[in-house]
Design a protein around this ligand. Sequence first.
Ligand code: HEM
Length: 534
Amino acid sequence: VTIHDQKLRRGAGGELHQLASVATPVLTTAQGGPVSDDQNSLRIGPRGPTVLEDFHFREKIFHFDHERIPERVVHARGYGAHGYFETYESLAKYTRADIFQRAGEKTPAFVRFSTVAGNKGSADLARDVRGFAVKLYTQEGNWDIVGNNMPVFFIQDAIKFPDLIHAAKAEPNSDFPQAQTAHDNFWDFISLTPESMHMIMWAMSDRAIPRSLRFMEGFGVHTFRLINANDESTFVKFLWKPKLGLQSVAWNEAVKINGADPDFHRRDLWDAIHAGNFPEWELQLQLFDQAFADSFDFDILDPTKLIPEEVLPPIAVGRLVLDRMPDNFFAETEQVAFMTQNVPPGIDFSNDPLLQGRNFSYLDTQIKRLGSTNFTHLPINAPKCPFHHFQQDGHMAMRNPVGRANYQPNSWDEGPRESPANGFRSFAEVEEGPKARLRSETFADHYSQARQFYISQQPVEQAHIASALTFELSKVQTPVIRERIVSHLLNIDDGLAAKVADALGLKAMPKPADAAVATRRDLAALDSLSILKN
Ligand code: HEM
């Protein structure tokens, strides 16, 4: 049913044009019933009460009342775009993943950039880590590289994630937003968690206030594995390198931009893509074997460490181009569900304890946030390759098994079957050891790479790190927390520690932090296990 109406359309310069009479669809209820009057509710007389019978009013208001879904527990504020990944050349030598078999292969992609700590309505230029989550709709199912714009992380074990995030977000009594302000809880946790010091150097650097989402690097952080057709494993780190290079703003610029335009980053991405300036990243891989891994003085399973690119130069294997904004923010950017455990055959996990924990967390959080196990039925999350399984029913099920069989094996020759040759197989790593809450001694050095990062910075960048630390710690009310942080800085760089201590007005320089407290506790636990004593 259509009626005819006059319509206005906005031109390229923002001017309004009156369009000729066009066919306009008739407004309906969600059930499809045509609506006669959407301006007035049904009532008795012009000044009388509204009647319960007004089903159009009830449906409209009920639906509105239910519009909000929980925001992400972290990375709540984000902005996404569609694009594609193009493979440069076959990597069959290393992986049997279909996406890396053919040069020139184009795979649809969706990327969501985010800040971590702020809520959904916070400002874009907050000093924070940026999420860099990539969903690749491969011919063998969705592959999610759920990364950040920094190559390391704050903690070594996923069991500490709720503590880290609680300390970083609003305090339970005051509920102050933390996007812009430092506070005691966060720095208290950091000061008691020396493994975070490398990441703190990155977070206090210019990397934490990017000029634009288009000028950021991305990192898969963890060590993953590539598995080839002979089931041989090569360790891999994933890196995204922006074609435009890296650019940041200075802190005083960030503060002004946040005040003038809290949507600065999303507007920049929106404008660039609409203007045809499609941002592009190269996917680079650091590939290495067990012998190379054993040659490092840190553990490649430790997510607070990176492999220096001078030591292991990355190789470029493809490019990611973002060329289309979502049609609807909620349907796509808000409902997209990234999960580290989404990997195709030929990509596998390492034992990084942070990655192992994430592989559990993301499915759980998506079911909670999106409200149903059927979140893969949403178009943004559905694979773009053929898929067949026997999962059925549940809230909002839009796909159910067809026919008689909803199980297998079955005698009706109905439905899909496993494929030992082509399906996902885990790398058959041999594992042994005591079952206990342990941390490896090889995870113990918390300062060397923090020092390397600081030293690698230009003088002006080093000055920014010192002023960022000073600014943040100046907001901390509890003197001992400030001192503890300075005691960690003494293990990184004396000059940096002195600058911050001086700027904070510390009366005396604290002693350097005891580097091995946390690890010693774990080793003591290990030592007390009878299995090791025998
Ligand atoms: C969300 C990255 C560690 C739990 C995200 C997102 C990114 C990300 C980019 C946002 C995804 C999006 O845009 O929708 C990382 C990185 C980590 C890390 C790089 C460390 C290297 C962890 C850990 C846990 C965790 C250790 C829990 C054990 C979550 C949860 C969400 C999330 C619950 C919200 C997901 C949602 O509601 O969509 N993470 N994360 N993350 N992350 Fe992580």
